[in-house]
Design a protein around this ligand. Structure first.
Ligand SMILES: C[S@@+](CC[C@H](N)C(=O)[O-])C[C@H]1O[C@@H](n2cnc3c(N)ncnc32)[C@H](O)[C@@H]1O
Length: 222
């Protein structure tokens, strides 16, 4: 099945509101656990970059799990960042270690030249040109930085996409069900991701199927 693009930025107020208020505790805690498993519970210090951070739920969880790091999250959607800043105000303990940056990649220049860790969840499939993500990783990751990028992978057929939507988001509001379905159609296949990494000189990163709908790219930067 060919890829069907979706809009890059999630700028709609309804869309951002639904996304910001959805309960992602299970998948996002899982993201943190898988990161820790991948990197043997190593102590994370310095600066972490979350690419396409949305309203920041993963950044908040990451900051609570790793007390010695600061996290910068970048997102091009003003609505997403607005929700993120609201949640950050209420977040108390981690407030001084999490920062949101609004800007569209690849144009936006980040405040640090390099980051000690790079994470990203559910961002790659939004990009019309996927090399944007890999170029940002290459530009901003410190040598030896752990990289952990999770995304959806494209099903083989529309039927499979419908089935996954039924299985995983049947009880979510319509806007989230539609988002998930369109995201599946916009996602990349594992072979396509491997090709993207080859083009960017990042082929040493591992590409692993993590579930019936997820793929993870991870490893240390050279
Ligand atoms: C599905 S959300 C994922 C949010 C968050 N990572 C999470 O897992 O909850 C993808 C986010 O990427 C942002 N985005 C897409 N393309 C972008 C670009 N070129 N530059 C910056 N942000 C972008 C969207 O605005 C959206 O908020």
């Amino acid at each position: 099945m060919d890829r069907i693009f979706e809009p890059e930025l999630m700028v709609g107020e309804d869309q951002a509101h639904a996304y910001a208020h959805a309960d992602f505790s299970e998948p996002h805690n899982n993201f943190i656990k898988m990161f820790q498993g991948q990197y043997c519970n190593r102590e994370i210090e310095g600066y972490v970059l979350d690419i396409g951070c949305g309203p920041g739920d993963i950044m908040f969880r990451f900051a609570r799990a790793h007390h010695k790091c600061s996290i910068h999250g970048i997102d091009g959607s003003e609505a997403m960042i607005r929700y993120g800043l609201k949640f950050l105000e209420e977040a108390g303990d981690i407030r001084h270690r999490v920062a949101f940056i609004q800007g569209v990649l690849p144009e936006k220049i980040l405040p640090r030249e390099k980051y000690d860790v790079i994470i990203s969840n559910s961002f790659l499939h939004h990009l019309h040109n996927p090399q944007v993500l890999w170029d940002v990783v290459r530009k901003y990751a410190m040598p030896a930085a752990p990289v952990f990028i999770m995304d959806l992978r494209r099903p083989k057929s529309i039927d499979e996409a419908c089935q996954l939507t039924k299985t995983y988001v049947a009880n979510e509001p319509e806007v989230l069900r539609k988002d998930f379905y369109h995201s599946l159609l916009a996602a990349f296949e594992v072979e396509e991701i491997i090709e993207q990494l080859e083009i960017t000189g990042l082929r040493h990163l591992s590409v692993n199927i993590a579930s019936d709908r997820h793929v993870i790219v991870s490893g240390f930067m050279k």
